[in-house]
Design a protein around this ligand. Structure first.
Ligand code: CA
Length: 245
């Protein structure tokens, strides 16, 4: 498995060096048993060989920090994320932006609004910081504006922040695998979690993802205005992902 992951890393680095694209595709799930959330890439090999990675590089466009692939079916979006980070540091997951983190920003209808609407969601994973010895991942969702979390979430300890969910996020499942390079995530987000009844070929979603590596900084795929995290919170600057067969 280690050799496969290393080869994958080299491949995505080459892809990332070609351009810093803000459009991508998600390929319909073809694995017979669906996507098994275990943090391993078995069901992603065909997608990876096609070279359709989205990548985040550090701000000087020098260092690849992560790559992401997407698949989908009628009820869910699936993400496989490779993160390069050999020093995972536990922090307070409620302050996930100060932790090693992967954040997914999804605008289910690609409405490109200035603020979140009912179809938007911000989801995150910290690879460590959970469990009794802080070695387990945590997941969460942060409510912003008029997204679907306004009613369900609890208020963040910082009053200027919106409602936040950690520990169990309806419609979100995550598996992680830590290795010598960093870690890999498999994430499932239900269409219902972003206010959609389902997904179909040709749908376009607004999308961004960001990774924070405490030793390197924060990098995003659709970096937005200057790559500042708060700017990335505005759906209008996100990229677009088209669902294809
Ligand atoms: Ca898997």
């Amino acid at each position: 498995m280690k050799k496969i992951l290393t080869l994958t890393f080299i491949l995505v680095f080459l892809v990332a060096g070609v351009s810093f694209a803000q459009s991508g595709v998600a390929v319909k799930v073809t694995a017979e048993e669906g996507i098994i959330l275990d943090g391993f890439s078995d069901e992603w090999e065909t997608v990876m060989k096609s070279g359709k990675a989205m990548a985040a590089v550090e701000p000087l466009d020098v260092l690849l920090v992560s790559a992401l692939w997407m698949q989908w079916d009628e009820g869910n979006l699936y993400f496989f994320v490779r993160v390069v980070d050999s020093a995972l540091t536990a922090g307070n997951p409620l302050y996930f932006w100060e932790c090693d983190t992967v954040e997914l920003w999804i605008d289910g209808l690609n409405a490109k609004t200035e603020a979140f609407n009912i179809n938007c969601g911000q989801f995150w994973v910290t690879p460590v910081g959970g469990g009794e010895d802080l070695s387990e991942p945590t997941i969460g969702r942060w409510g912003r504006g008029a997204d679907a979390l306004v009613v369900a979430g609890v208020q963040h300890p910082d009053l200027w922040n919106g409602p936040v969910l950690t520990g169990a996020v309806p419609g979100m499942e995550v598996a992680i695998n830590v290795d010598d390079i960093g870690y890999t995530l498999e994430i499932k987000i239900a269409a219902s979690a972003i206010g959609l009844e389902g997904l179909k070929v040709g749908d376009v979603i607004g999308f961004n993802y960001m990774t924070t590596n405490l030793e390197v900084g924060t990098a995003g795929w659709a970096a937005g205005k200057g790559g500042e995290p708060d700017a990335c919170a505005v759906p209008v600057v996100w990229g677009e992902v088209t669902l294809i067969e």
